[in-house]
Structures are given as structure tokens and as C-alpha cells.
Design a protein around this ligand. Sequence first.
Ligand SMILES: Nc1ncnc2c1ncn2[C@@H]1O[C@H](COP(=O)(O)OP(=O)(O)OP(=O)(O)O)[C@@H](O)[C@H]1O
Ligand SMILES: C[C@@](O)(CCOP(=O)(O)O)CC(=O)O
Length: 431
Amino acid sequence: MFSAPGKAFVAGGYLVLDPKYRAFVIALSSRMYAHAHVEKEAAKYTEVCVKSPQFAEGEWCYKIDLSRPDLAQEIHGRHNPFVKSTIDVVLLYLAPKQNKRITITIFSDPEYHSQKDSTPKTSKTGLKTLYYHSQPIHKVAKTGLGSSAGLVACLTTALLSCFSESFDVKKETTLTRIHNLAQVAHCHAQGKIGSGFDVAAATFGSIVYRRFDPQLVNKVIESWKNDDLVQLVDNTDWKIEHTKCCLPPGIKLLMGDIVGGSETPKLVSKVLEWRKKEPERSLEVWTHLNTNNMRLIESLEKLQDTSKIQPETYKLSLRSLVEGNKSGFSDVVSSIRGIRRYMKIMTQESGAEIEPDQQTELLDYCMSLKGVLGGVVPGAGGYDAVCLLVAEDAIPEVVERTKDLSVTWLNLREQETGIREEDVSSFIGLL
Ligand SMILES: Nc1ncnc2c1ncn2[C@@H]1O[C@H](COP(=O)(O)OP(=O)(O)OP(=O)(O)O)[C@@H](O)[C@H]1O
Ligand SMILES: C[C@@](O)(CCOP(=O)(O)O)CC(=O)O
């Protein structure tokens, strides 16, 4: 069994669409899991069944003739573009010769979806509680953790593992292969090529990310040839960057769900329109925004170093932070203020509601609280969520002081690892 984490896109929304800029994505403790079971048999066709028992009608089964895998059909007539595309891409890449029957079961942690109309169920060991929804997956509201990226990343991993005797996700080459295949599958399913930060975080964990050239993936999707895909996945430099980066000790991420929603594609098209119409001004805003994004990353790295080199000094600064003295963390505080300032300018000048007034008010209030380094509207922004960087010991007070506001803090923390192997015994009774 393998799993992939959800994400919070803390810094670099929009800019990451351009490979000139880098972004910071935090991997979260909510994960998506894929358990594979393989039966080798001399059947006339290959069968891949993906089950997602937490959702109504959550089963997609494909009968595949290995000489024409492009003709694979779902036997109930159901659609799950992300499942179908992942199977198509992995089979195009592997071009297997021997038929197999594969069953993959998907599980997702509670924070990916709204828990409305769902029932909890706990494993025999008591270690895992999952929510079972009465609606099919496409009708259940999402919270923005990147469920499709998590699904594609762990399904790609589980499928590859079915065709390899010595599969090891701890190896960098294996992870890169998973990442490259998952990016192609995710783009193909979406019918467009985004920046891919969510797939990269699902694979590599908390990272500073620079995107790939969309043409690389476009060409392969157009040609749909095994040779081209193998060449792209195993022998091409994607020129992406995924440098590990995580929060310093004692600093936690709080993700708040806001009732409301935004449509990312609309926000993105407004911003890109503004960029076209106002090239000079938008470049100026993006340059300032990028300076602050990079300052945030550097200051977090510096704190990481201080915590190792001068642990006592660091501990004292943390304690003062909880008491409301933020001076030991002034670079983080001022870079987050800078990010928000330019996000707000982008909101006002492009007309895209990236940090709407309602979020500004909430974030200003949260940032005035003891122990809070800062907060942003993650990703594309809008009315979906906020996230805060907070001293761990200040969290109970922050929760208490925001209890009457329109925000629900999710039960999440940073978990910096990307794809990893899981102990299936935690799921006994659910599988
Ligand atoms: N647990 C799951 N089982 C099966 N399919 C899933 C599961 N989770 C997600 N999917 C697939 O991913 C789709 C949702 O992807 P979409 O890109 O719309 O949202 P998302 O990735 O969660 O978005 P965001 O990045 O805003 O969080 C679902 O409709 C379904 O096809
Ligand atoms: C606006 C953008 O940079 C981020 C969208 O992030 P999210 O879907 O809000 O998590 C688009 C992208 O990178 O694909």
C-alpha cells in the first residue's frame, strides 16, 4: 500500500505558472492511499478495477486488450477521468505483454472532502477513521487539498508496483518516474496543462517548486506513443525544481476552511488577462511579490539552521513568540506582510478576488494574535480557505479567539514526506 499527501500552496500562486518563478508548497498529514492486489492469470484480457468504497458508485473497472489499450472501456459505463487517464498513461509507458487482473482500492483521509452526508467508520485496530459518503465522488464538496493530484500520484505508484519485482519508492529514480507519469496523467485528465505544483507536492512532499515546460507534456499527449512517453519519463531533463523545504521546529500550519467557494479557472483567467493588458505594471507587482515569496523561503530556512546551531536561542525566541514578542521571527512576519500586500494589489488591479475584503479582515485579525507569524489565502486565493503559520503552543489560544468567526480549523499538520509505503495493518476492517 502506498500513500500521497495533500497540499497547502503557501507562496507563489499564479507566479508558478511561469517557470521564471519558484513557489513554496507544504505537504499535509491528510493522505490518499492506494492498495494493490494482483492476480496473474492467462486470461484473454487485462482487467484493472479501481475501487473507492468511501463514495457511492465508487468502482471503475476497465477491460483492456493489451494489443489495443487505447480502446479500454469502463464496464459499468462510469467516468472518472483521473482514474482512466492514470491507467492509460501507465499502460502506454509499460506496454505490458502478459495479462493480469489488478484491483486497486483507494482511501482518502477525512480532510479532503466535506463531511456532510457521510458516516465515519474505524478500522479494527482503531488507528484509522474514514468517512463514507452517500454521494458519488464528483458530487462531494472538496476542501482544496488537491484530491485529484493525490489520487493520480498514489494510483500511478500502486500500478507501477504491480509490474515490478523490486519496487522501492525511497529511490530518487523511482520517485522521478512516478512524478513524470503522474504529471502526464493529471494534465491529460484535466485537458489542460497547469503548473503541476499539486502533483509535485503529492510526490515529493513539502517543496520549493519550479514548473516544467508545458510543451514537453503536450507533445507526448498529442503523439500518444510508447517511445515518446518513455523518452519523456526516463530520458528527458524536465528542468523542474523540487527542493525540500519545511517549517522550522515548533512552527505549525493551521488550515482554515471558510464556508464559500471560488472557481480557480476564472481567477486565473482574470489574472492572466490583467497581465496581458498591463504588462509593465503586472511585472512590477509580480517582481515585488516574488521578492517576498523568496524572502519567506529564505527566512524559514534560516530559522531551520538557527534551531540546529543555536537550539537554546531558538527555544527562547519560540517562547517569546507565544507570549506575543515576534522579534525573533521578524523576517517571516514581514515577508508574509509583503506577500499579502502585493496579493491585495493584484486583487484590486486585476479584479480577481484573490484576497477579498472578508479574508483581509480575518487574516488581519489572526495576525494580531499572540504566536501567529502570519497568514495567507493559499493557492489561487478566494473564499475557500486561509492558512496561518503559528507557534505550536499558541494554537489553543488562536482556536479559542477565532471560535466565533466564519472559519473552521482543519485537523491537519505539515507532514513533509511525499509518496511513501504504508503499513496495511492500520486498515484492517476497512479493506
Ligand atoms: N478518493 C477518490 N476516489 C476516486 N476519485 C477521486 C478521489 N478523489 C478525487 N478523485 C477524482 O478527482 C476529481 C476531483 O478533482 P479536481 O481536480 O476537480 O479537484 P481537486 O484536485 O481536489 O482540487 P483542488 O486542487 O482544488 O483541491 C474527482 O471528481 C474524481 O474524479
Ligand atoms: C493559480 C495557481 O497558481 C494555483 C491554484 O491553486 P489551488 O487550486 O487554489 O490550490 C494555478 C496553478 O498553479 O495551476
